[in-house]
Design a protein around this ligand. Structure first.
Ligand code: NAG
Ligand code: NAG
Ligand code: NAG
Length: 273
């Protein structure tokens, strides 16, 4: 007797759960900007009575769909999975205003409303900034400051100069909480070894399961040299020098020494004349 009561209660509970109308998030990995799906389980015993299915909710809490008719086809689509008896609501271009608000599914006289929350689900927010950006180059100094206003989860970033990983010496990422997302600042500072002619520098970030190229720049040795060339011209240095600062300084010093000697020499000649 003591044993049978709990078992009976359990069975009653189970049958109630089966017939209870409810919806859940069907999409495994929510990616903002893409479509997501909510699935409303319709009680089986009612399924053949041709009751009206409907979804309400959204940012302004209003009717979204009535059977498969939509109030806005570019945003909401409903379809009935006749095999499972589930009403599936597709929300297109999922945005921040679609989360943390009520959605209600109704079938006949029953309805179920709940807030759509993502805290227990996997979700991703990819940067809305136009990426990849181009890295700045000044002589051999390559740099960038990139701000990702909203991103989730925390980006895991890497910097590469051709095949070489230069993350340690050149990249710094700071992520701060921004609502249910993060705000990330990516700082990049790298001195190109002028002896080595790298073809490209790339910063990529893993955001959840997606790899995104954040910044890049390709260049040739010719470009580095011509930057130096330009600098020398601007400083009215010797155009003949196509190499680097220290070397050109040596050339200048040697020429100055030569000039001094020449002046001394000519003045000596003048003096002797
Ligand atoms: C219920 O729906 C089915 C399929 O749409 C239809 O064939 C049937 O005639 C409907 N029954 C009633 C009573 O409206
Ligand atoms: C339909 O949804 C789109 C996307 O959310 C929105 O831009 C548009 O204004 C909506 N149209 C109406 C009539 O509400
Ligand atoms: C590039 O480097 C030169 C020399 O160091 C400096 O004077 C100049 O301000 C730099 N330009 C930029 C845009 O950082």
């Amino acid at each position: 007797m003591h044993l049978t009561i709990p078992v009976l209660v359990f069975l009653v509970d189970l049958s109630f759960a089966k017939e209870y109308l409810s919806w859940k998030l069907l999409t495994n990995k929510v990616v903002f900007g893409q479509a997501i799906q909510l699935m409303c389980h319709l009680p089986k015993q009612n399924c053949c009575h041709n009751f009206t299915r409907s979804w309400e909710g959204g940012p302004d809490y209003k009717p979204l769909t009535l059977n498969e008719k939509s109030s806005n086809y570019t945003k909401y689509i409903e379809h009935l999975d006749t095999e499972t008896g589930n009403s599936i609501l597709t929300i297109k271009s999922f945005s921040e205003s679609d989360v943390d608000i009520l959605y209600q599914c109704s079938y006949g006289f029953s309805s179920y409303a709940a807030v759509l929350q993502l805290t227990k689900h996997r979700y991703e927010y990819h940067p809305t900034e136009l990426v990849p950006v181009s890295l700045s180059l000044n002589g051999t100094h390559m740099y960038a400051k990139i701000s990702l206003d909203k991103v989730f989860p925390k980006p895991q970033c890497n910097a590469n100069a051709n095949e070489k990983d230069i993350t340690q010496e050149s990249l710094k990422v700071i992520s701060k909480r921004n609502g249910i997302f993060y705000k990330s600042m990516i700082g990049f500072n790298y001195i190109i070894d002028p002896q080595q002619c790298f073809g490209s520098v790339t910063i990529t970030c893993m955001i959840g399961t997606s790899r995104i190229t954040i910044a890049e720049r390709t260049f040739s040795c010719h470009q580095i040299r011509s930057t130096f060339h330009g600098k020398h011209l601007a400083q009215r240095d010797f155009v003949a020098s196509n190499s680097y600062n220290e070397e050109s300084n040596i050339v200048v010093n040697v020429l100055i020494v030569l000039c001094v000697h020449f002046i001394k020499y000519t003045s000596l000649i003048n003096f002797s004349n």
